[in-house]
Write a protein that binds this ligand. Structure first.
Ligand code: 6PG
Length: 250
């Protein structure tokens, strides 16, 4: 069972637990893929990193959904990446590769990982922007994803758009390097212009660790908008929450 409400930030759907929320994303995901393939013959999807979405990727690659998905017509990208080697335990690519890519008939050339081997995050961020320009159709000179999956940190960051970082002001670059003080590490992230340009943005947030942040985001209490609140998605934006994250606020 789910409860959905409309909000200025999009549609908020609340599920009993994380597994149900992932099933919810999967059902919406199948619809997006079907619609994109019908209209454009391909589907370009940017994945979220972190720990939350791994269950969702495993679900898509599992027996219930794998056969329903036309994998060779899908292209996968990343919303952000930690600036570590692709085989590092911190790598978002490594997580998605193990959870999904390796389990499904997806051609290697359909996986567009964010490069992290130049030894300079700015160089690799520029290279990734080129990849987006080469692989995606553009509208108003900005590449258009069919779907961008995002998560949210307990500080309200999404992708690697962290509070207090200069990338929040980036309006020209499609992807940028960002130094994250709290982790004392570099990351590469898509920027707001690209995130906002997507046809669909799905935000998967689960667990009681996110309750306080969500409470503030969806409250009427005056507060400094967090990075995730500054999204202005032109297409459909749906939040997939479990009860543990939604708490009593929604
Ligand atoms: C990353 C993600 C990041 C993530 C949040 C939530 O690279 O870490 O892209 O934006 O979605 O930090 O992370 P958890 O899912 O681990 O809570």
């Amino acid at each position: 069972m789910k409860k959905c409400i409309d909000h200025e930030y999009g549609q908020i759907c609340i599920y009993a637990d994380k597994s149900a929320a992932c099933e919810g994303v999967a059902e919406y995901f199948l619809q997006i893929v079907e619609d994109s393939l019908k209209k454009r013959g391909s589907c370009h999807i940017a994945l979220a990193g972190g720990s939350t979405p791994e269950m969702f990727y495993q679900l898509l690659a599992g027996s219930k959904y794998r056969e329903q998905i036309a994998w060779p017509q899908l292209h996968f990208y990343f919303g952000d990446e930690r600036y570590v080697p692709a085989d590092d335990a911190q790598s978002n690519y490594r997580m998605a590769n193990a959870a999904m890519f390796q389990q499904v008939p997806l051609p290697a050339e359909n996986i567009h990982a964010i490069p992290t081997q130049a030894g300079d995050p700015d160089t690799d961020a520029l290279a990734y922007a080129e990849t987006l320009r080469n692989c995606l159709a553009e509208e108003n000179a900005i590449p258009v994803f069919d779907l961008i999956l995002l998560g949210m940190g307990d500080d309200g960051h999404t992708a690697s758009l962290f509070p207090g970082t200069t990338i929040l002001q980036e309006t020209q670059k499609l992807a940028a390097a960002v130094y994250v003080e709290k982790f004392q590490s570099w990351r590469i992230s898509l920027t707001y212009p690209v995130l906002n340009q997507a046809r669909h943005v799905y935000i998967l947030v689960t667990g009681s660790g996110k309750t306080d942040c969500l409470k503030l985001i969806f409250s009427t209490q005056p507060h400094e908008p967090m990075p995730i609140e500054r999204l202005q998605v032109r297409g459909e934006c749906v939040w997939f929450l479990d009860k543990a994250a939604a708490g009593s606020v929604l």
